[in-house]
Design a protein around this ligand. Structure first.
Ligand code: PLP
Length: 390
């Protein structure tokens, strides 16, 4: 068999490998605390599950329009109006099986040999993977601990060349928990006026998970960029629906049809029952969103305090999502060695910063979507592990 060369350029998401290894250790009788995988540890709220069940009972068993059922696209537009204060045409909304699909579609739409696409590093690993798969050059936007893992607009703008076609951005961010301040977005948007050919994909999947009164800044809110912003969002994190596989994008008008064509070629549509569940998520009671956010906030405070007590660790305060990304250079271990040691010897699953790009060396990502007692126990195990190594 001879595979296409592009297959050698496809990356992966190490979190799934760590999860598999953690499950294998558990099968051997070991008790592993999983602070690796990035998904809420809550069940999907019952009224949403019930809507999915009802959709199946009501006979929603067939294909739907490739871009999603009209009621759901209208509900997404209403949700964007409520939370972002922006009017969008439901026809520009494309429902897809997970937030991830939009980044892959965007990379395929803009990327090819000779093109350049900018992406955050450390960042969600699929950005770099999808860009390189497309044949485009993946140009990292470094994120630094010193600026709470925000990007510098000046640095982003300086990386734009005549070959640049797309910039991928993510705030609140995985893996850092960083939130980009409005002033930085303002500077970037002002600078982009000089580069009208450059599109922006704004991954706002954690937009509802913000702490300490931080406001969400959506790139969709900038009129100057309206005709070239792709908004990526979905249900996975806000409504604890990672396994349902549903997300959405708002595309600039001419691109919505292209995205729908990719959907027709790729997955036809999101399964019908999931779309009805997602509709209930947007239109039904919203209290569970705030209940989960508060629970994450409580855990965030605990993990931040505990991580900063570990000798060799230093952690800036994450303002969004459910991740903390301590600097672990003081332990003298590489990120990968520490990830492996903690998993194999201490039974704590975390993800090496290098899984999120080269700028992640010296860092470890903790997902705090776990109970407070699990977080406390994990910290004890880490301290014991490091102490045993002297
Ligand atoms: N974007 C970011 C930044 C993420 O962290 C994730 C999931 O971890 C996704 C998108 C993908 O979400 P989904 O599970 O809806 O595909």
């Amino acid at each position: 068999m001879q595979l296409a060369e592009r297959m050698s350029r496809l990356g992966t998401e190490t979190a799934f490998e760590v999860l598999a290894r953690a499950k294998a250790l558990e099968a051997e009788g070991r008790q592993v605390i999983n602070l690796g995988i990035g998904q809420p540890d809550f069940r999907t709220p019952e009224h949403i599950v019930e809507a999915g069940r009802k959709a199946l009972a009501d006979g929603h068993h067939g294909y739907t329009p490739a871009n999603g059922i009209p009621a759901l696209r209208q509900a997404v537009a209403a949700d964007i109006r409520e939370h972002r204060g922006v009017e969008v045409d439901p026809d520009d909304v494309v429902i897809v099986p997970g937030g991830k699909v939009t980044m892959f579609f965007a990379a395929l739409m803009f990327g090819e040999p000779g093109a350049e696409i900018l992406y955050p590093n450390p960042g969600f690993p699929i950005y770099q993977s999808a860009i390189e798969f497309s044949g485009a050059k993946a140009v990292p936007i470094p994120l630094y601990e010193e600026t709470d893992f925000s990007f510098s607009a000046e640095e982003v703008l300086a990386k734009i060349t005549p070959a640049t076609r797309l910039i991928m951005l993510n705030s609140p961010a995985n893996p850092t928990g960083g939130v980009v301040p409005r002033a930085e977005f303002d500077r970037l948007v002002a600078g982009l006026e000089a580069h009208p050919q450059v599109a922006v994909m704004s991954d706002e999947i954690y937009s509802r998970l913000l702490y300490d009164g931080r406001e969400h800044v959506s790139l969709l809110g900038y009129e100057a960029l309206r005709d070239r912003v792709i908004l990526l969002d979905g249900w996975s994190k806000t409504y604890a629906m990672t396994g349902w596989r549903i997300g959405y994008a708002v595309w600039p008008k001419p691109l919505a049809e292209q995205a729908t064509r990719l959907a027709v070629n790729c997955h036809s549509c999101v399964n019908a029952a999931t779309q009805y569940a997602a509709l209930e998520a947007l239109q039904g009671p919203q209290d569970s969103v705030e209940v989960m956010r508060r629970a994450f906030d409580e855990r965030r405070k605990i993990i931040l305090r505990e991580l900063n007590r570990i000798a060799g660790f230093r952690c800036v305060e994450p303002a969004g999502a459910f991740y903390a990304m301590p600097n672990i250079a003081g332990t003298g271990m590489s990120a990968r060695a520490l990830q492996d040691g903690l998993l194999e010897e201490a039974g704590v699953a975390t993800i090496a910063g290098t899984s999120f790009g080269d700028y992640g060396e010296g860092y470890l990502r903790f997902s705090y979507a776990a109970s407070t007692s699990e977080i406390q126990e994990a910290m004890v195990r880490i301290r014991t592990f490091l102490a045993s190594r002297g």
